[in-house]
Write a protein that binds this ligand. Structure first.
Ligand SMILES: [Zn+2]
Length: 289
């Protein structure tokens, strides 16, 4: 049986290869006699069987559409199977994800661009939010009546999220976190991991975590120029090996955001150093970002 998240919101834990330490992608069904499916899992047999079994347990509702939170294979790998199973369902995708998502589809003509808007299925209404960060065209869903946020991979249930260039953009992500926080979600249903029962507290923790990571980078650079690898070796020294590898990419994202804000410059040899006060991009004071 799918787990009931809220009235008219259910989720299927679709097993599959995904971001460590997770072992499944969380897919959601929204509605009653007709439903929206949020994400399609990775398309392997275990994920397909989990989705089919839960759809049958829900009483085989009509599929009113599929919402793609983002382009990554653990969320769109099952799209072709979904379209074979429910050929007429529209597939809602943000325009910024469309080119990356199209190859995963069996019927690309059923893709419907969705930047922001409102969808309805079986009497349940959801607001679709463009929430860039983890990817440029990430879609998040807001169920105002339940104060429930479906956050895709912008929020993960048991760890902080992964914001890695080129898909990830830390500045966009921080703006998204603040926008999501302004909604004051009671609960958050993430792309991976457990349901978050204190949405506001968790988003505040995420913002605090990012600020601490940024300060760590600035403190290390205050001691002299460093490469991303050198920084990551210090910042992620207490993490397991997989997290350390991801840490280099995460640190590159952090540096890109600091460069964009004029706080840090690259010295032309792959090392980064603190910017001189006033040397930021024209019109941007290092302090006002
Ligand atoms: Zn994912």
């Amino acid at each position: 049986m799918p787990e009931t998240v809220a009235p008219g919101v259910y989720r299927t834990r679709a097993p599959g290869r995904t971001l460590a330490p997770y072992r499944a992608t969380e897919c959601y069904w929204i509605g009653t006699d007709e439903v929206l499916l949020v994400d399609a899992g990775d398309g392997e047999a275990a994920a397909r069987e989990a989705l089919r079994a839960d759809w049958e347990a829900l009483g085989r509702p009509r599929l009113a559409g599929v919402v793609v939170t983002h382009r990554h294979g653990d969320h769109v790998g099952g799209l072709a199977w979904v379209q074979h199973t429910w050929p007429d369902a529209p597939v809602y995708v943000h325009p910024a994800e469309a080119d990356a998502v199209r190859p995963w589809t069996a019927r690309p003509e059923r893709m419907v661009p969705m930047a922001e808007g409102r969808l309805e299925a079986g009497g349940v209404t959801v607001e679709v939010l463009h929430a860039p960060g983890h990817t440029p065209g990430q879609l998040n869903l807001w169920l105002a009546a339940e104060r429930l946020l479906l956050a895709g991979d912008n929020v993960l249930g048991n760890t902080t999220s992964v914001i890695v260039p080129p898909d990830g953009d830390l500045l966009a992500y921080l703006a998204t976190l603040r926008r999501l926080l302004a909604l004051a979600p009671a609960r958050i249903a993430p792309g991976h991991g457990d349901l978050v029962e204190d949405g506001v507290g968790y988003l505040n923790y995420y913002l605090r975590h990012r600020a601490e990571r940024e300060q760590q980078v600035l403190d290390l650079l205050a001691a002299g120029p460093r490469t991303p690898e050198e920084l990551a070796a210090r910042i992620y020294s207490d993490q397991p090996p997989a997290a350390q590898r991801a840490g280099v990419a995460m640190t590159r994202g952090q540096l890109a955001a600091l460069v964009a804000r004029g706080r840090v410059v690259e010295d032309g040899t792959g090392r980064f150093r603190l910017a001189e006060p006033g040397s930021g991009p024209a019109g941007v004071s290092p302090r006002d970002a």
